[in-house]
Design a protein around this ligand. Structure first.
Ligand SMILES: [Mg+2]
Length: 316
């Protein structure tokens, strides 16, 4: 069995040098040079085997490493920030831990390279429990320009990137964080509020509206439905519509933005081509009041339950 020291030495030897790291991984702590004149944005996420994923043939360690970092980068994108660096803490099961750790590292390193993220360090422990992986990602943004959840205003239109639903068929393990899209939008469009879709389109929009003190009306015909949502709805015993999957499944990691109407239309028109290849779609509007409503093609509206994934939390 390899020792932890050997394992860590292996990982450190494989990390590419990065000019942002004044002191790279391997010391007691890393020293990062912040980009001149920009603010630091920080986010942390934790993935737990058995709750957030099940290791198996469809879910190799590299996919988990990639996903852990992708989830954090998605949060950085939702702040309109640029990813800069990340640190990772992992609790490996003793049995098979070394191979697992190497696989996770490979997935992390691949996504970090794709998005220009400096891996600045980490901590590896082993125990008798399942795999637990925590990622802290650092981004940068111009002062005062971070996209927040609480800036939505009545009259804004809501736009979403890509299409939604059915991510459990595999996309949840191949998350493409919308960092390039955020970079193409930040500073060029007047974004009032933003969130990434982690727990479900309806639930995450509801959260953004709660933070903004506003309501939202979603045009149900306009929601871009992913083909996976259609496949899932057609599955035996599913009993739900593709639209229900698009509204409630989560793990889409798309961006939802609230912008003034003319800005939203300008954004949608600019999408689908360089530098914003991902299509963006107007899916509804922000209104005064509270809650979430769905609007049919007939104009009739009904309250929409903000369904989505939430961790259970009980009092003692
Ligand atoms: Mg988020």
């Amino acid at each position: 069995m390899a020792s932890e020291t050997e394992f860590v030495a292996d990982i450190l030897a494989g990390l590419p040098a990065d000019p942002r790291l004044e002191v790279p991984a391997g010391d007691d702590a890393a020293v990062i040079r912040p980009p001149a004149g920009r603010r630091t944005v920080v986010t942390v996420d934790m993935l737990m085997e058995g709750t957030d994923f099940l290791l198996g043939p469809d879910c190799p360690p590299a996919a988990i490493g990639r996903k852990a970092l992708a989830v954090s980068l998605s949060d950085l994108a939702a702040m309109g920030s640029r990813p800069e660096a990340a640190v990772v803490a992992v609790a490996l099961p003793k049995r098979g831990g070394a191979e697992l750790g190497r696989g996770i590292q490979a997935g992390l390193a691949e996504l970090a390279a794709e998005h220009g993220v400096a891996l600045a360090g980490g901590d590896t422990n082993t125990w008798d429990g399942p795999l637990v992986l925590s990622t802290t990602a650092l981004g940068s943004v111009m002062p005062g320009e971070a996209w927040r959840r609480d800036g939505g205003r009545p009259g804004d239109l809501l736009v979403v990137s890509g299409s939604l639903g059915g991510s459990l068929l595999g996309r949840h393990l191949a998350v493409v964080p919308r960092c390039r899209e955020a970079a193409a939008i930040a500073g060029r469009f007047d974004v009032h509020a933003a969130i990434d879709v982690s727990d479900g389109l309806a639930l995450d929009i509801f959260r953004m509206m709660q933070a903004s003190g506003t309501a939202a009306v979603l045009d149900l015909d306009a929601i871009p439905i992913h083909p996976d949502a259609v496949r899932m709805a057609a599955g035996p015993g599913d009993g739900r519509l593709p639209l229900d999957h698009a509204l409630g499944d989560g793990e889409d990691f798309e961006l939802v933005l609230a912008l003034p109407a003319d800005e939203a239309r300008r954004l949608v028109a600019a999408s689908g081509q360089a530098p914003l290849e991902t299509p963006f779609t107007i899916i509804g509007e922000v209104t005064a009041g509270t809650g979430l409503y769905g609007r049919m093609a007939t104009g009739e509206r009904r309250p929409l339950t903000p369904r989505g994934y939430q961790h259970g939390l009980d009092d003692a």
